[in-house]
Design a protein around this ligand. Sequence first.
Ligand code: GLN
Length: 526
Amino acid sequence: MDLTRLPASELAELLTSKEVSSVEATRASLDRIGEADGDLHAFLHVAGDAALRRASEIDQLRADGQELGPLAGVPIAIKDVLCTVDMPSTAGSRILEGWVPPYDATVVARLRTAGMVPLGKTNMDEFAMGSSTEHSAYGPTRNPWDLERIPGGSGGGSAAAVAAFEAPVALGSDTGGSIRQPAAVTGTVGMKPTYGGVSRYGAIALASSLDQVGPVSRTVLDSALVHDVIGGHDPHDSTSLDEAWPSFADAARAGAQGRDLSGTRIGVIRELNGAGFQAGVQTRFEEAIALLETAGAEIVEVSAPHFEYAIAAYYLILPAEASSNLAKYDSVRFGLRVVPDGGATVEQVMSATRGAGFGPEVKRRIILGTYALSAGYYDAYYGSAQKVRTLIQRDFAAAFEQADVLVTPSAPTTAFKLGDKLDDPLAMYLNDITTIPANLAGVPGLGLPVGLAPEDGLPVGIQLMAPAREDARLYRVGAGLEALLHESWGAPLLDRLPADFGRHRGAAPHLAPVPGPGTEPDGGTA
Ligand code: GLN
């Protein structure tokens, strides 16, 4: 049995019944990373020894008869935007190269407490800015379906790692689509929870009014299981919702068993349907809607007239908040420090450090955001964008009066070729046309695969959205749809990835640390 091909839920059952040990499962994942990651570059850091040590501790606890959580012993990959005390946390940037945080993000602490085994940190666009992972300062990640194509972004590392069976599940973060769009183009499942549903304490901030941490997996149930572990109130995060959440895993199981959607109204958003979407994306999306209808769902058309302004509003709000969040990389407190030859003032050191440490996309957004926030322009730009945001929230409120769940394709196209959009920021930004509205409104969004596009054989995803706090509804409906799809395909989509992918190629040379641009990272903390 190849343990890496099992969903986390099935692996967890074998661990609980002691048919498999966590050391075996962890070793299988590490071996798979060794085989495949030379091609993929999904990981920036692999913590092999620490993972095996933790796995053996969990095995010991189980042998001692300790009561363990449902995912105890299951390996997990962690997006490098999340702080980890025992691994570097770079957010894909040179400015944090080698930085090891003094604390764990709350989500990381929670998965450790649950007995999950961190395998390492996954690649991402620098500070989560991008839709292709090509903006990583450490080089791009490749898509396991086609190594010449992007795995989506910013969380392309987590999505590729899960799709290529390097890890059963992973964590991501989603500010405008960085969990859902990579899931779409790699054939995986990804959930952006309700804003405030999962703690961001220790998640390196991009745009604080939009960021959410969430799971990446191969099945809806697996995302629900991870969400149950990481979610819930955190006093360390002032935006964290203080309320009791239902079991998302129970919701997913009920959805998969029942497959009965009678009484569920599915809203198709007129403005995010048809024109502008790749033909094969639209075809698979419509087939999925037809399948929902056969399960008893009522399909209604809804209108969200302000969604067409979502990208414009997002690219004022995000850079404004990002420029403020990124001001802390000042060369003084932590991370990179570049001292110009012959000594310099604090300002010169700061400028040299930020000049060397940030990549072009990050600089572009800092400049944009600083401008949008400047005195005299604030109302015209940031203020107007916030008003558009309110209109989008009202569109959602109106749509949710007519529908319980809204659906869109998760991304307008399948995975594009590496390099295709790198020099065209606006083309890159358009990838998130369907995912950004959920961040602006704070509502949850679940992406899952609905097949391969006929014209290129690449994965297509559907996005389900529900009102804020109704994450469980998405797991129920999503797991129902997934069960129907698996039934019609005869097997999960990812089973069509060649089983020997990566096996004939070499080990992963990039896992050795990449030297910085003539810098002296102090690795220290505040
Ligand atoms: N691709 C979007 C951006 O570049 C979304 C990023 C994200 O969700 N972190 O901003």
